[in-house]
Design a protein around this ligand. Structure first.
Ligand code: G3H
Ligand code: 13P
Ligand code: ZN
Length: 350
């Protein structure tokens, strides 16, 4: 491998290394696009987990779980993550992952790319997949910007996720109220996909971003007094899938906001009243249909926060970050392992 690299010009070398990281002695699976992952997920009736990464412990917790469970994974980076951790640090951590987890396909994806320039920066900067999110703009503008990104991305071997319909919640400090959110109109999807050439489509069927997806007033209570949110609009998903047979659908805002994390946060000094997520059974059902990618970020934040709050309460004398970040990383790993097996169904599918 070193001999091959020595013979290449710098430009070709950079291209060669872009999606193919190597290690002395063994050649790990390179960073991949989502094309093959989604095809297998669609045919196999499961979904790939797309987890947001912001620091080393999160990256390690996710990929240790995926490597152990032999699961494909999408590591996704938002505009906010790039601002927080720096593009280069994030890319290099994922490159390290490709080396450390040689048995699983890993895609590096831009989450909610707001415009062509951000997508271009990520395409040029080593990502294998980008999302262009113009879902809050008028249909034709969404088509035009998405198409522009698709042309550039495809010319560079990168795939593109686009979005139709608007989710409620907070993403990159943009807050969309429940009233301003809107379900995807199935009658628009064929024209959108044909005109843009996008590779996957995020749709709005009632999920939303963040840890407060529903107000208690929107929910009913089950026999045990637990709040049950309104069901997802599977009729919209089915209508979209009928119009786009074989096409990979993406669900954003798919954290379940597990009770155990919220209770632990509240028990150890936090204040997260009325945090409510998407029931896991509904996500499992979506994964069996045309949904090939399920986005999870808030559950990672909750797992870490619960773990650190508990740690500080029980060890007030600790001040070495490794003392509390190690169990926090383990909490991410445990949570992701649970999702892979019980929600996404992608364990053993690498
Ligand atoms: O969709 C939003 C993701 O959870 C990313 O959140 O923009 O705060 O990084 P962020
Ligand atoms: P959650 O806030 O439900 O984790 O959604 C994350 C997401 O959609 C990232 O794009
Ligand atoms: Zn999202």
């Amino acid at each position: 491998m070193d001999l091959i690299l020595a013979c290449l010009t710098d430009k070709i070398k950079a291209e060669f290394l872009r999606f193919s990281f190597y290690q002395k002695g063994s050649i790990p699976m390179p960073l991949v696009t989502t094309t093959e992952m989604f095809k297998k997920a669609y045919d196999g009736g499961y979904a790939v987990g797309a987890f947001n990464v912001n620091n080393m412990e999160i990256v390690q917790g996710i990929t240790e779980a995926c490597q152990e469970q032999h699961a494909p994974v999408v590591l996704q980076v938002s505009k906010g993550a790039r601002a927080y951790a720096n593009h280069t640090y994030l890319v290099k951590m994922v490159e390290a992952d490709v080396i450390e987890c040689p048995d699983i396909p890993i895609a590096l994806h831009l989450d909610h790319g707001p415009d062509f320039e951000t997508c271009k920066a990520c395409i040029d900067g080593g990502f294998s997949s980008v999302m262009i999110d113009c879902s809050s703009r008028p249909f034709d503008e969404n088509v035009e910007e998405t198409k522009k990104v698709v042309e550039y991305a495809h010319a560079h071997g990168v795939v593109v996720e686009a979005e139709l319909g608007t989710l409620a919640g907070v993403e990159d400090d943009v807050k969309v109220s429940a009233e301003d959110s809107s379900y995807t109109h199935p009658e628009e999807v064929e024209e959108f996909v044909t005109r843009t050439g996008c590779d996957s489509l995020a749709i709005a069927i009632g999920t939303s971003h963040g840890a407060y997806k529903f107000t208690p007033e929107q929910c009913t209570r089950n026999a045990d007094g637990v709040l049950v949110p309104p069901p997802l609009r599977f009729d919209v998903l089915e209508e979209v899938s009928k119009r786009l047979p074989g096409f990979p659908i993406v669900l954003h805002g798919s954290s379940s906001v597990p009770r155990e994390f919220v209770d632990k946060i509240n028990k150890f000094g936090g204040k997260m009243p009325d945090a409510i997520g998407i029931p896991e059974e509904e996500l499992r059902h979506a994964a069996q249909l045309s949904v090939c990618k399920i986005n999870i970020d808030s559950d990672i934040r909750l797992a870490i926060t619960a773990s650190i709050r508990e740690h500080f309460a029980e060890h007030p004398d600790h001040f070495d970050p490794r003392q509390y970040l190690k169990p926090a990383r383990q909490a991410v790993k445990d949570m992701v392992t649970h999702k892979l097996i019980n929600v996404l169904g992608c364990n053993g599918k690498a």
